[in-house]
Design a protein around this ligand. Sequence first.
Ligand code: FES
Ligand SMILES: [Fe+2]
Length: 359
Amino acid sequence: MTRDRYSSVREAPINPDHWYAVATTDEVRREPVGTVVWDRPVCLFRDSAGAVHALEDRCPHRLVRLSRGRVVGDGIECRYHGWRFGNDGQCLHVPGRDPAGIPETARAKGYPARDQDGFIWVFPGRPELAESVHPMPMPEWGDLDFIPSIAPLSCEAHFSFVIENLMDMYHDHLHQRHQPWSADALLEVNRGEGCVEARYSATAYYRIDRIWSALQLALPALRRPHPVPLVVTYEYPHWKARLGDEFTLYGVFCPEGPRRTRVHLVHYTSLHRLDSFRKAPAAVRRGVKRCLRNIARRLLKRLISQDVPMIEEEQRAYDTAPERRPLELNRALHAVQGLIGKEARKAAGEPARASQQTL
Ligand code: FES
Ligand SMILES: [Fe+2]
């Protein structure tokens, strides 16, 4: 059966020549952790200096998961027969065997890995391209004016359904009063190399200019609706939203397979309007940042718990009747679908089309 453009998007592979956010920095301590990027099992661990490494999560001996083993020195030891591997994946020790007799092929595949802005990033594509591409920058992570909150979103759906949910600001109907803004109108859609930007006008009620501003979330009487620009961007394969200068929200993606997607939402509350806070010594601000970390997590989790059933429902509808076509009115989503198709063609080594069309 030949695929039309719509089903090509719903079945699109990832372009592996990007950095994917496979875990939070806190999740990877010294001992190995198993994770998955687009059906590739990946084992993460830290060496004695704290640097993070990523190997294929398969021992070359009998293909059991290396993440069931333990870290020894700067490398990893398989749990089954105790073969030891350096952090580049080369087998260095086989119990009872002279090291000179260990074949070159006794090697676990390695992936470029980075620990940056609160996340462990892995590059599953061509390693020689890793240095020329960058993980999604989150400058707020190290800025004392911004308080991060992180919440995981995990769903049984293709990543295209997830990114479309995040780019479509008209679904505030679903979130009712829980979302601190509502989208009024889509103003423009801009396409760039590897990205789609959608600009909306919006109304927000949340403004952090007093120490007690957070109460606006709980007490509707304190809310003062005001117009704000809302800019959402798909910087393939990740997502970013900026609501005026009040806050920024990121969605860093790890598509685990064709029907399973993991995203971490990272919300940054800006305290830049709180003059007294900004004048405080850096040590105090650091302490406040540490204490308030994850302050918006409950809000994020509530929004996620409303989004996930809708996204999974879309996936089920597609799987049940793949010939049915939805009636999408938001042109930002047409551009998103175009970009997913373009990246999939790049991954397949197909030449780029002269002009990017929409579905
Ligand atoms: S399966 Fe890993 S050492 Fe045998
Ligand atoms: Fe949502």
